[in-house]
Design a protein around this ligand. Structure first.
Ligand SMILES: NC(=O)c1ccc[n+]([C@@H]2O[C@H](COP(=O)([O-])OP(=O)(O)OC[C@H]3O[C@@H](n4cnc5c(N)ncnc54)[C@H](O)[C@@H]3O)[C@@H](O)[C@H]2O)c1
Length: 362
């Protein structure tokens, strides 16, 4: 190959690569979480230009100091008017999600909305409808679905190594951050619901939820959400902003083995316990059972150390480039909000069992 042919080959390769990049993407909301999105977009090779937007000048200044190259807008309108912005990530308080996402979609931009997708199933359904009608990507920020640990958990559960899954128990607690517009179930449980649905490949049929408010009477700060699945399967999610410890732990108990996933463990986030119970085949009288308990080895499978948000960013940008449906699409967002709505109704009815109405999300 001559050097000029090689050059032209390199040139067309570079042009092809350029075609695989977005001209620009923006982040709305630069509070606690939004800057992580700006960092990941800045670091991504799939996006040429990054814009950021917040109504708060202090937060805009903060981002400009960290990323002088990023454009910083006060309101969403100038960002939507920027023709180079093809996709927008919304990381604002939950009560603003629907309105901001709707404006982005109507302006022809693909959108990723942080969890939960919106404040009601009706709002989620409307966003899905607009995105589908316009051929735009609508994705929800179910971060844990992009975590290497959760991917490993899914592999383990699907392999049958744990046997029949009996129950899942999740604890997600910390001191703070108390929210003003949503209760602790809407703030923290979307993570547990999306992980549990991913693990089981199905969504709960009904929920019971109990909780209490201690600081803001309208907002529960501690709660226990019970999710009832078909068959004998049950899952619990204990969520709290009032706990001395930061805990992010999920226990999966199966008929053969048990597993603990500790998301804040510095090493070995997953441990598989070869522990279980056997019913001995003989017994003296009807109704009398003998159990034997197995205490076997503990195995810690290797889990890749990747930032879930990096994987999530790349998945979103790739889906926008390919006009492809994301893994956590609008329907996944609607499914989680359907569970949250049922949980709210159960909270109001002091823990009564409430069926989850999925509508189009099922
Ligand atoms: N996926 C995760 O692990 C994760 C973690 C934390 C937060 N979140 C989600 O991220 C979102 C934001 O949470 P946070 O803790 O960063 O909130 P935050 O209150 O710290 O920040 C929100 C920011 O949005 C700005 N804002 C509000 N309305 C706006 C508007 N109309 N236009 C532009 N800017 C506006 C505020 O000024 C503020 O700076 C929530 O949906 C939350 O559930 C997700």
């Amino acid at each position: 190959m001559t050097s000029s042919a090689a050059l032209s080959d390199n040139g067309s390769h570079a042009a092809a690569l350029r075609e695989r990049r977005l001209r620009g993407a923006g982040v709305v909301g630069l509070g606690y979480w939004g800057p992580n999105w700006v960092r990941n977009l800045q670091n991504s090779a799939m996006c040429d230009h990054v814009a950021a937007c917040d109504v708060d000048p202090v937060r805009r200044h903060h981002i400009k100091k960290l990323y002088p190259m990023a454009a910083a807008y006060e309101g969403i309108e100038p960002m939507l008017a920027d023709q180079s912005i093809e996709a927008v990530i919304i990381a604002t308080p939950v009560h603003t999600h629907w309105e901001l996402a709707r404006r982005c979609l109507v302006a022809g931009k693909s959108v990723l909305v942080e969890k939960p997708l919106a404040s009601s199933t009706a709002q989620c359904a409307e966003l899905i409808e607009i995105a589908e009608a316009r051929g735009l990507v609508l994705m929800v920020g179910h971060t844990f679905e992009y975590s290497a640990s959760v991917a490993k958990l899914c592999d383990i559960v699907n392999s049958g190594e744990l046997g029949e899954i009996f129950y899942i128990s999740s604890i997600r607690t910390n001191l703070g951050l108390i929210q003003k517009d949503i209760n602790v179930v809407w703030d923290l449980a979307p993570h547990d619901i999306s992980i549990i649905v991913a693990l089981l490949g199905r969504a709960p049929e009904s929920v019971n939820c109990q909780g209490r408010s201690h600081y803001n009477p309208a907002v529960e700060d501690v709660a226990m959400l019970t999710m009832n699945f078909s068959g004998n399967l049950i899952a619990f999610a204990h969520v709290s902003w009032l706990d001395p410890n930061k805990i992010r732990r999920i226990t999966v108990v199966g008929s053969r083995k048990m597993l603990i996933y500790d998301d804040i463990a510095l090493q070995e986030p997953i441990r598989i316990y070869d522990k279980g119970v056997s019913v001995l085949p003989y017994y003296d009288t009807f109704g009398e059972f003998h159990f034997s308990y197995r205490y076997g080895d503990i195995l810690a499978p290797r889990v890749a150390e990747t930032e879930p948000l990096k994987i999530e960013t790349e998945h979103f940008l790739q889906c926008v480039l390919d006009k492809r449906r994301p893994r956590s699409d609008g329907f996944a967002g609607l499914r989680v909000v359907s569970v949250l709505e049922a949980a709210d109704e159960s909270l109001r009815r002091h823990g009564a069992m409430v069926p989850v109405r999925y509508g189009a999300a099922r």
